[in-house]
Design a protein. Structure first.
Length: 654
């Protein structure tokens, strides 16, 4: 073997080695020009469990990225016109301790953020706030050093961008309770404010035109606050209604269609002896909806999702179960209707525990919502299936599927993190994006269970959270954002990954992030649908004058509000009112001048057409389903008489 040959072999070996270990750092040649990746390093620990939030705080057209880490660091990443960088960061432990948090915790210099921040204008003043929960699991032993840290809820408001500044809103943090953390089952106080694992939800649950803050924690209470940190009347709710809180994030939606949203909590609580575990639905005043709580055979780390999966015009509740080590039957996904009844075909039995949160969206193009959820937990990675069902529990063709990540590491692991549904590649099909435990990238499959070929969605090192899909740079194209790490080391710093992808910003995004939106309500709202009668028939007595009158009802069969108006085909038909806002239904008064139908004073023995009434409706400037609706009006003029029939009651008791 010559020296040149040896050199060539060595060079080739080095190239192959670099290719093998650098695969996750380079783009596929066929996609290099279509998918660009940016990595933003963070100063604190790698991101675990917490998904990012995105919002335009300063009104410059770019959305900032908000994300927290398990060391209690909260970051804001912004675009300066040429690139992305961290523009503001905060160790939330400083704000916790400055507001009277106990100094007796094992570590008062850090907190623990495992949740996704909620973002919204809490007061309606045009300024956005960040709501973040901290403290994690007070009794957690899986991550050394993260247990026994002060936790709670903090609210930061945007102040300025030169330099960037956010300040803690007066009245926060909350809830400032120490119930658990030590002893058997971590059931005794440990000297720290109890933590919260789940994300907060923001919603106007009391109709006062501002947003309330809704959280579930490990302090054995369910909390609803006003924006100033005071409790909403009827809250908090604890023992004896709720024995335990839990891991899950609340869902918020109008279950009973009374015009105000209800709050759904999936808990670790059980009535007397486990199992069963309880899922609650509350009105905004803390009263429980009829039919609730409902029971599951295992605890619910999974956060519930709301949507009309059976097509009956009412919201349904979907949630997974597991992973309490003392209980079996965690391999279930449940679906209840708005009255607490199990839907036909549910629960579904799976191959493992189901702590992931479900996503709801139309993945197969049939116009109906499907339920999509990954299987398996972090401690137990034996279940590697991704499930998708129709509303009746029938598996979507191609599912369960076993997606893989386009990297060499952790391609066959559990999927305990929330899935995301988005058409990010401009193929007019919704893709399912899911992260395997510790994978070096995001797996993507189509709605038929077929693997998508996206080798660019690969990170340098392992992921333990879920992505966000949004147009954050206002270029009309989507980006994918996820928190991870920039190094393989266990004590490595965190990083935010951003991909510019091919999908335009108006692509289908049925569930583009954890809890679906920045208020983290996890609800697919019922779309407005206009309904009016096909025909209206008026009986008119010949001696009652020349104007026939009756009432007519138009209704909104879906959600939201419809801006409606009416037109008639004849000036002899009048309707009062002729326009308005429709939440549920409106009763209209209809009058018909008979000279346009028949000669005055002439008896008729047939239904005579008087003309039509046409109703049109819009929602957010777009025509709603069912619009326009045309009602044909008929009049019957005759000599009418009232006839009273006797009623004979028979005693049949014998």
């Amino acid at each position: 073997m010559t020296s040149k040959t040896i050199v060539r072999i060595v060079i080739l070996s080095i190239l192959l080695l670099l290719l093998g270990f650098g695969l996750w750092q380079v783009s596929s040649p066929s996609h290099a020009a279509t998918m660009e990746r940016t990595i933003v390093p963070l100063s604190g620990e790698r991101i675990k469990h917490g998904s990012a939030g995105v919002a335009d705080f300063d009104g410059d057209g770019y959305k900032e990225i908000v994300i927290g880490g398990p060391d209690g660091m909260l970051y804001v990443v912004a675009h300066n016109g040429s690139g992305w960088s961290v523009v503001w960061s905060r160790q939330v432990a400083g704000d916790l301790n400055a507001n009277g948090a106990p100094a007796s915790c094992a570590d008062t210099t850090q907190s623990d953020i495992r949740s996704a921040p909620a973002i919204g204008d809490l007061t309606g003043d045009g300024t956005l706030e960040i709501v973040v929960t901290t403290g994690g699991d007070p009794g957690r032993s899986g991550d050394p050093g993260t247990a026994h840290r002060n936790g709670g809820v903090l609210v930061y408001t945007y102040k300025a961008d030169s330099p960037w500044e956010f300040s803690l809103v007066p009245g926060w943090p909350m809830p400032k309770l120490d119930i658990i953390g030590l002893g058997a089952g971590a059931s005794d106080p440990d000297g720290c404010w109890d933590g919260i694992w789940g994300s907060p939800a923001l919603s106007d649950i009391d109709g006062d035109s501002d947003l309330e803050i809704i959280v579930e924690g490990f302090d054995r209470r369910l909390h609803v606050y006003h924006h100033d940190g005071t409790y909403v009347d009827g809250w908090p709710i604890g023992y004896p209604t709720v024995y335990r809180g839990g891991w899950a994030s609340p869902a918020v939606g109008d279950l009973d269609q009374d015009g105000l949203p209800e709050i759904i909590f999936a808990t670790d609580s059980y009535p007397k002896k486990e199992p069963p575990y309880l899922l609650f639905a509350f009105n905004g005043d803390g009263t429980i909806l009829p039919g609730f709580p409902v029971e599951a055979e295992q605890n619910m780390q999974s956060s519930p999702a709301l949507g009309d999966i059976d097509g009956d015009g009412w919201l349904d509740i979907v949630v997974g179960t597991g992973t309490h080590h003392k209980s079996t039957n965690g391999n279930r996904v449940y679906a209840w209707d708005h009255e607490g009844n199990l839907l036909d075909g549910w629960p579904k039995i799976t191959g493992g525990n189901m702590p992931a949160s479900p996503a709801l969206g139309d993945i197969d193009g049939d116009g109906e919502l499907e339920v999509v959820i990954g299987c398996g937990s972090e401690p137990d990675g034996t279940c590697q299936y991704l499930y998708a069902w129709d509303g009746d529990g029938t598996p979507v063709p191609g599912f369960p599927a076993m997606p893989t990540t386009n990297s060499w590491n952790h391609v066959n692991e559990a999927m305990p993190y929330p899935v995301v549904l988005a058409d990010y590649d401009n193929d007019s099909l919704v893709e399912i994006m899911v992260v395997h435990r510790g994978s070096f990238g995001i797996a993507s499959i189509h709605g038929n269970g077929v693997q998508a070929d996206d080798p660019e969605l690969v990170t340098r090192y392992s992921l333990l959270s879920s992505p966000v899909v949004d147009d954050i740079d206002s270029d009309g194209m989507l980006e994918i954002i996820i928190g991870g790490t920039a190094s393989e080391s266990l004590d490595a710093n965190g990083a935010v990954y951003i991909w510019d992808v091919l999908g335009p910003s108006n692509s289908a995004l049925p569930w583009p992030m954890f809890r679906r939106d920045m208020q983290r309500n996890a609800v697919v709202e019922l779309l407005p649908e206009l309904e009016s009668p096909d025909e209206l028939r008026i009986f008119h007595d010949i001696d009652a004058g020349n104007t026939a009158t009756t009432s007519m009802v138009i209704s909104n069969k879906g959600g939201g509000e419809i801006q409606w108006q009416l037109e008639t085909s004849s000036p002899q038909i009048t309707v009062d009112p002729t326009s308005g806002t429709l939440t549920k239904e409106a009763i209209l008064e209809v009058s018909v001048v008979l000279t346009s139908v028949t000669a005055s004073g002439t008896s008729k023995t047939a239904w005579l057409p008087a003309g039509t009434i046409t109703a049109t409706g819009t929602f957010e400037g777009q025509s709603v389903s069912g619009s326009p609706r045309t009602t044909m009006v008929y009049v019957y003029v005759a000599d009418l008489h009232n006839i009273f029939l006797p009623v004979i009651l028979r005693d049949i008791s014998y």
